[in-house]
Design a protein around this ligand. Structure first.
Ligand code: ATP
Ligand code: MG
Length: 571
């Protein structure tokens, strides 16, 4: 490709609405251009990286025995009614009608469509296991599309769906995908971790997320510093060794705490540490129950663990008027004493005594509180958010480290949720109909490229690793007017093309300084500079973008040296 005839609209300024580096750089290098919120054009340079990502995915999926197909974006509502998701899926599902007034949606994920394919085409256990995948454009009307391709509304996903006769088979399919995902992200040259993830209230299922480690990541993860345990904080278990409740030492007493609402304010006012206080959260569930949840003052509630425990879709803080109705006090003074609603507490509360809680009266707190003497707690459970330094729940002696991550992939054992609802069965070896056991496996293609940029850039621009870089080699013709420079550059360019190397030739009539700036910005991994001075000595300059390493290479050797670098990256 010749730069002079290519469409590579680079920007000098950092676009104002781009918060994260990958979004900024994708816009600055002209990889993407915004069309509407969360909807982008993949410009020629960006599309090259996207296609490379897709190819790596395709190779590893095929290697793992999955079969490629392509399903439609427009999904008829009937199938979604069958699974029950037409009603359940919220506003992320973009619904529309055709000219006959029939309901459709843009597919945000394809369990319904793929289950329909399989129930109509697979009859016998002999055709199993089956894993169908596609690389396809999804639409989710995200409430807050942001960070460019990282959280778009229209985005490319690889989604795969496995079908097995039984649970053991489904576990094997899951393991294969787990390994394929490891291979994919390793081949992309990413620093990542597979973490245990929340799989909602659906019983019997499990899942892992693949997280690219990056400060800008939206997910918090913890991992053990001495064993393999790693989990999304949404899921991370907190170890509970079942300590007994200590005997009360103090009498309960209602004290004045004028205007002291937050845990910190109350703790400072009473000259105690936050860990001697208990937070009373008044919450509302998706099933319209109002409950109180107690956690130690310096801890955070994990609302996902709580929702799973209660088997509800969500729990949210109750509105202020409801808090007042339930506790009789303004927000900030809620406590568990005398409440007529269900009271749950985090395990850690069990081992506390002589603590402080809200008084259920404005400007009052109770001190010297003890359960079960003063407080009735209906249930203790693991409800708090795991933190850095917490002991590992799986090994003895390990502690949690915390990280931020970008979820680029997700493997999920679905079980029979969809196949039950949609009656997807096969005949087993005894001729009996058996419900298929499913798994689903997604990778965000654009999000992975964006995550790779988060990990691979510097102040000058992109430093994408070879497997994901839009081109492998950039040949910079320093002065195209110099006949020898032109001829040598053209010759190297032609030889690289013959060898199948992905090469961009900067043949523009621009100042060398601006060519080098663009070269650093676009960050093609191997840069060959052909200049008059070098040619006098029969050499060209090779610069490795990732390491910054530079060397002079004899003209006759440059093509094979480049090829060696490319081969080494492919190993
Ligand atoms: P998130 O929690 O980030 O919304 P999700 O759990 O909804 O992700 P899945 O339904 O598991 O995502 O989708 C599979 C993969 O698709 C994700 O791992 C992610 O890489 C990608 N993905 C999901 N939503 C988006 C989006 N809005 N933009 C880009 N990629 C996305
Ligand atoms: Mg989502």
């Amino acid at each position: 490709m010749r730069y002079s005839q290519y469409l590579l609209p680079t920007l000098k300024e950092v676009p104002a609405d781009a918060e994260v580096v990958s979004h900024q750089l994708m816009l600055r290098t002209g990889m993407i251009r915004k069309v509407a919120a969360g909807i982008y054009n993949y410009m020629p340079l960006g599309l090259r990286s996207i296609r490379k990502m897709e190819q790596i995915i395709r190779e590893e999926m095929n290697r793992a025995g999955a079969i490629e197909c392509l399903m439609p974006m427009a999904n008829p509502a009937e199938l979604w009614h069958e699974s029950g998701r037409w009603e359940k899926y919220g506003k992320e599902l973009l619904r529309f009608k055709d000219r006959k007034d029939a309901d459709f949606c843009m597919g945000p994920t394809h369990e319904e469509i793929v289950t329909d394919i399989v129930r109509n085409t697979v009859r016998s256990y002999r055709q199993l296991p089956l894993n169908l995948y596609q690389i396809q454009t999804k639409f989710r009307d995200e409430i807050r599309p942001r960070f460019g391709l990282m959280r778009g509304r229209e985005f490319i996903m690889k989604d795969a769906y496995s079908f097995d006769l039984d649970d053991a088979g489904a576990d094997l399919s899951y393991q294969k995908m787990y390994q394929a995902y490891r291979n994919i992200f390793q081949r992309c040259g990413l620093r990542f971790r597979a973490v245990e993830a929340d799989s909602g209230a659906i019983g019997g299922s499990f899942s892992h997320e693949f997280m690219v480690l990056a400060e800008s990541g939206e997910d918090a993860i913890v991992s053990c510093d001495s064993c393999e345990y790693a989990a999304n904080v949404e899921k991370a278990e907190v170890l509970w060794s079942g300590q007994e409740t200590p005997k009360p030492r103090q009498e309960i007493q209602l004290v004045e705490t004028p205007d002291q609402k937050s845990i910190k304010e109350v703790a400072d006012f009473l000259e105690l540490s936050s860990s001697q206080l208990i937070k009373t959260l008044i919450l509302q569930t998706s099933t319209e129950e109002v409950i109180a949840v107690l956690v130690r003052g310096d801890r955070e509630l994990n609302a996902i663990k709580l929702a799973n425990l209660l088997n509800v879709d969500w729990v949210l803080p109750a509105e202020e008027s409801l808090v007042k109705k339930v506790t009789g006090a303004p927000a900030g003074f809620a406590g568990p004493i005398g409440l007529e609603i269900r009271v749950l507490a985090d395990n850690e509360v069990c081992a506390m005594s002589d603590y402080v809680v809200g008084g259920n009266v404005a400007d009052r707190h109770y001190i010297g509180v003890n359960h079960p003497r003063d407080v009735v707690i209906d249930q203790f459970a693991d409800l708090r958010r795991a933190e850095e330094g917490d002991p590992c729940p799986r090994c003895s002696g390990g502690h949690f480290e915390s990280w931020r991550g970008i979820e680029v992939g997700h493997v999920f054992k679905l079980g029979t949720n969809y196949s039950d609802a949609m009656e997807a069965t096969v005949l087993d070896d005894k001729g009996q109909a058996r419900t298929l056991v499913m798994g689903c496996y997604g990778i965000g293609v654009g999000r992975t490229v964006a995550a790779a940029i988060e990990q691979n850039h510097d102040e000058h621009g992109l430093k994408l690793p070879l497997p994901l870089a839009p081109f492998q080699v950039l040949v910079v013709m320093v002065n195209p007017k110099d006949e020898q420079v032109r001829r040598t550059s053209e010759d190297i360019y032609a030889r690289l093309l013959t060898q199948g190397v992905e090469v961009l030739l900067d043949d523009r009539d621009e100042r060398p300084g601006s060519k080098f700036k663009d070269a650093d910005l676009v960050g093609i991994p191997l840069r060959v500079t052909v200049g008059a001075r070098g040619l006098q000595e029969g050499v060209v300059e090779l610069k490795i973008r990732t390491s910054g390493e530079q060397s002079s290479v004899p003209i006759g050797e440059i093509v094979s040296v480049l090829q060696q670098h490319i081969d080494a990256a492919a190993d």
